[in-house]
Design a protein around this ligand. Structure first.
Ligand code: NAP
Length: 328
């Protein structure tokens, strides 16, 4: 299979998981920056929802090349990889260990200039959350250690929280209700970045010599906010008052233990411990950045990121449907 492209000398980017919740933003950002963009997709099935077929159609209309295949098809992956420069994986939680197959194919291809594995969350080497979330992070850390020990140039992206995902969960703008749940005291600071901005930063990071073999943290100042500040801002914008229903930190700890004993499968078993880590304990902001750290809004001041305040204005007019109910 020969990939043809009419594009210039921009790097060619191959994306795994590009049809997913976050992946589609990465595909759009890559195409919008003018990169010849390729998405490794599983073959379409009759059970596939119309929205997935529409998304594939949208990608084609953007000039994106869809390459059909499975992660098990090593030779096919190698032949595709030989025709691109950069690989970005946005595979879901369940497929994190499968990235070993991508790494094997990258080693066999031998030409990849940068690989970004599927991380896009907290800075996993700097926090220690409760066991269910910790076990999940261990899977991502294994991939980190594997890449560090390899000759593959990599970048690890700590994108912090997907803002639309968590604003939907915390404020229910699409489904207004009189009360809102607050995890912990509501005072701990979190970082909520809009998915579209995370995607743009990610394409920049993937092409940047400064980020080779480094961790990049996405912590724009306008996106650092506590739950209490978020609710108060939302109250001002909507002109409504919400009753706060507090779930204290010790209750979250107990609940996270219950889900372990109940034997809930991944990723359902990590929801409580994520809420505990991010919102009750404030893990995302629990460490300071020093001059050795790479922060996205400092690296790319030319990207006008969307602040939480601007994002709430968008939610006020046209709240997106929540991504899924995994953390409900
Ligand atoms: P998702 O929506 O579940 O994405 C699924 C994508 O992966 C789809 O393109 C799907 O392809 C593909 N896929 C699934 N299993 C596959 C397999 N076995 N082989 C090949 N392709 C497969 O994922 P997501 O929720 O966007 O997660 C992506 C990353 O974001 C993960 O690292 C996750 O931990 C992270 N995340 C971060 C936050 C945050 O707030 N920071 C929140 C959620 C997730 P098909 O179209 O073929 O099904």
């Amino acid at each position: 299979m020969e990939i043809t492209s009419n594009s210039c000398n921009k790097s060619k980017i191959l994306i795994f998981g590009g049809t997913g919740y976050f992946g589609k933003h990465v595909v759009r950002a890559s195409a919008s920056f003018g990169h010849p963009t390729f998405v490794f997709v599983r073959p379409a099935t009759p059970q596939m929802p119309p929205s997935s077929l529409q998304l594939r159609g949208e990608f084609r209309s953007l000039g994106v090349t869809l390459v059909q295949g499975e992660l098990e098809e090593h030779e096919k992956m190698v032949s595709v990889l030989k025709q691109v420069d950069i690989v970005i994986s946005v595979l879901p939680v369940s497929a994190i260990p499968d990235q070993i197959k991508i790494i094997d194919a990258i080693i066999a291809a031998g030409n990849i200039e940068r690989f970004l594995p599927s991380e896009f969350g907290c800075e996993e080497d700097r926090i220690t959350p409760l066991p269910p979330f910790e076990a999940f992070l261990e899977k991502k850390k294994k991939i980190r250690r594997l890449l560090e020990a390899s000759t593959i140039p990599y970048t690890f992206v700590s994108a912090n929280c997907y803002a639309a995902y968590f604003i939907s969960l915390l404020l229910h703008p699409h489904d207004p209700r009189p009360d809102l749940v607050v995890y912990g005291t509501g005072e701990a600071k979190a970082v909520l970045n809009w998915e579209q901005d995370i995607a743009k930063y990610t394409i920049k990071v993937a092409n940047d010599p400064r980020t080779r073999n480094r961790v990049v943290i996405y912590r724009p100042p306008g996106n650092i906010i506590s739950q209490n500040e978020l609710i108060s801002s939302w109250e001002k914008k909507t002109g409504r008052r919400f009753e706060k229903v507090c779930v204290q930190e010790d209750e979250l700890i107990k609940l996270s233990q219950i889900v372990i004993y109940a034997g809930l499968p991944s990723p359902d078993n990590i929801a409580v411990s994520i809420l505990h880590s991010v919102f009750a304990r404030g893990d995302l902001m629990s460490f300071d950045l020093d001059e050795d750290d790479l922060e996205a809004s400092c690296l790319y001041p030319e990207i006008e990121y969307t602040t939480i305040d601007q994002l709430l204005d968008i939610f006020l007019v046209d709240p997106p449907e929540p991504a899924r109910a995994a953390l409900e």
